[in-house]
Design a protein around this ligand. Structure first.
Ligand code: SAH
Length: 342
């Protein structure tokens, strides 16, 4: 079993090379790649491929999938799934319905190493990285259960995408390939706690996906406390890498700012944030912090509005985001932590 190759984690050109090695015609790779993108879970479903070829492929490759273990539906229409992989590990995916279609938030790791203090995942253990196929399987599993087509994908679930950089990059290339799943790069966003070296590498790929940086504080002293990874980085390096990203790609960076009462929501913070945004093509998303059992409380609506006004008056593009799925613990990691504690 262990010798079987995970075919859904392979780029089309990698499948082609392997097929040629196996003595198969190169064009067969495209047929298989299309079947995989369409959600085929076995080679026997691939009806336009000869039986003997299918049998040979079965002896070489495995098609991985994710099985639903739990489903929760929020009053606002948000769905949250706990999905299980072949080794028994589980992650969460959250589906949100918008006017433009369905957006699925997927996980990139089993657990997370970043330890942000407000995040539900800081309590769970880090187990392993997800493979590209396991990221794709989350999308396909939810599509199959609900009989829908996901129009947008956000890498904002459990895990730090840039701590699993190679697999995430490969997943993006596979899911956006116009010969396969064909989701538009502009419909995909990657959310990071802000690892500057990886932001620079990612900029060089010029993929055209949206980069979202979880900023949450504008002073190192505060960011160090709520996001321990910042101790190794510092805001200056992070902001420099974001400037590099915008200059290299011509794309704006989205900054997430979760508002915590008495921690990062003062007028001084908003003025500082406005200064930090100078010279970056950016968009700031303000969101009241979701209570995941930490000591942090969300800022009041009035404070958030005031914060937004100051940013707006300084020319910063800003949106105050709605909280979706609060009644089903839709904030990332909450379901996995609950299931681990059962
Ligand atoms: N590791 C990545 C992606 C996963 S977290 C990152 O840090 O961006 C997805 C987003 O949810 C991040 O912006 C994260 O900071 C935010 N988040 C985590 N816990 C939260 C909470 N309790 N309330 C509001 N946002 C939270």
């Amino acid at each position: 079993m262990s010798a079987l190759l995970d075919i859904k984690s392979m780029l089309l050109n990698e499948i082609e090379d392997k097929f040629v090695d196996l003595g198969l015609k190169k064009y067969k790779a495209l047929q298989v790649f299309r079947w995989l993108a369409a959600g085929a879970e076995s080679f026997s479903e691939m009806s336009d491929i000869a039986k003997e070829t299918r049998a040979m492929l079965e002896s070489q490759y495995i098609i991985l999938k994710a099985e639903p273990v739990e489903q929760h539906k929020s009053a606002d229409g948000t769905f949250k799934y706990l999905l299980r992989f072949s080794d028994g590990n589980c992650v969460e995916s959250v589906l949100m319905k918008y006017k433009y279609g369905f957006a699925l938030c997927i996980s990139t790791q089993v657990g997370c190493r970043m330890r942000c203090r407000f995040c539900a995942n800081s309590k769970g253990t880090f187990v392993r990285n997800l493979t590209p196929s396991e990221m794709l399987s989350q999308v396909q599993s939810v599509q199959k259960i609900l009989g829908i087509r996901v129009s947008n994908i956000t890498l904002m679930g459990i895990g730090e995408p840039f701590d699993n950089y190679q697999n995430v990059l490969k997943f993006l290339k596979i899911v956006c390939s116009d010969k396969g799943f064909a989701i538009g790069m502009r419909h995909v966003s990657v959310s990071t706690c802000g690892l500057p070296e990886k932001i620079r590498l990612f900029a060089k790929e010029r993929l055209g996906v949206t980069l979202s940086v979880s900023l949450h504080a504008v002073e190192d002293e505060i960011r160090n406390k709520i996001m321990p990874i910042n101790n190794k980085i510092g805001l200056d390096k992070l902001i420099d890498s974001c400037k590099y990203y915008t200059s290299r790609t011509g794309r704006r960076v989205s900054f997430e700012y979760a508002m915590v009462d008495g921690v990062n929501d003062s007028e001084r913070d908003s003025e500082r944030l406005a200064r930090l945004m100078r010279g970056i093509i950016s968009h700031v998303n303000l969101i009241p912090i979701n209570n995941t059992g930490s000591e942090f409380r969300p800022s009041s609506k009035e404070k958030i509005e005031r914060f937004a006004k100051i940013l707006l008056s300084s020319g910063v593009k800003v949106t105050v985001r709605r909280v979706l799925g609060a009644d089903i613990n839709a904030s990332c990691g909450q379901l996995r932590v609950t299931s681990l504690n059962k």
